[in-house]
Design a protein around this ligand. Structure first.
Ligand code: DC
Length: 213
């Protein structure tokens, strides 16, 4: 199952709950791009040092355990949500070689498991033959308000304008990049989550999966 859409539309939470209900494995592909971004920043690798970037991405062993993300055996769940990683991840994910390597890793997860994967190019590039494809959308202000609440829960209070600007910037990079830009697959079901709470989103998608809608 592929769930795509811009940041803050509730993809990850919806995907995680759906996977649990369907007994599928949940893979957060955005966390993989974040893990690489974290590693590049940690090692001070310059954006134009493609050789090192490819080396780090190829060697990256990314594992998921529930909500926890591990890179080369180290738990990096918190680190990949930092403001620094968040502000750089769109540029890293626009690098062709990084995408090629991570897409292969994403396909590996699905070889032996039923997966729900969320991201930007899952229904268009990673799994064009996915059995179910959803594309979540939501207005910018609501997305920013949701993100703000997430930050508050993690002990950070940020002005909504700053979050809106950050989301808008990421949307632009993600949807205008040359490699696998964010776009709805022709056969994806578009779901506008602006006026939905998570439970409603999950139930809406479940009804479609179960053939009730
Ligand atoms: O879903 P997220 O916000 O954690 O994703 C972080 C970034 O990774 C996002 O700005 C775009 C990129 N990304 C991508 O290019 N392709 C994916 N399949 C998933 C994420």
């Amino acid at each position: 199952m592929a769930i795509d859409g811009p940041s803050g539309t509730g993809k990850s939470t919806t995907a995680r709950i759906l996977a649990e209900k369907l007994n599928f494995i949940y893979i957060d592909s955005g966390a993989m791009y974040r893990a690489i971004t974290f590693e590049l920043l940690k090692n001070n690798i310059k954006p134009n040092d493609i050789k090192k970037i490819v080396d780090i991405t190829t060697k990256a062993d990314i594992k998921f355990d529930g909500e926890e993300v591990f890179l080369n055996g180290k738990n990096i769940t918190k680190e990949i949500r930092s403001l620094d990683v968040t502000s750089k991840v769109s540029s890293v994910s626009a690098i062709k070689d990084v995408r090629k390597i991570l897409v292969n890793k994403q396909r590996e997860y699905a070889k032996t498991n039923d997966v729900v994967m969320d991201g930007r190019d899952i229904g268009t590039v990673v799994f064009p033959n996915a059995k179910f494809k959803f594309f979540l959308v939501c207005d910018l202000k609501t997305r920013a308000a949701r993100r703000r609440q997430d930050f508050i829960e993690h002990g950070m209070k940020l002005p909504i304008e700053k979050i809106m600007a950050e989301l808008k910037k990421r949307d632009t990079i993600d949807s205008t990049r040359k490699e696998s830009p964010l776009k709805k697959a022709k056969d994806a079901v578009e779901v506008n989550t602006t006026n939905m709470i998570i439970e409603e989103q999950v139930n809406y998608l479940l009804r479609i999966v179960n053939g009730l809608d």
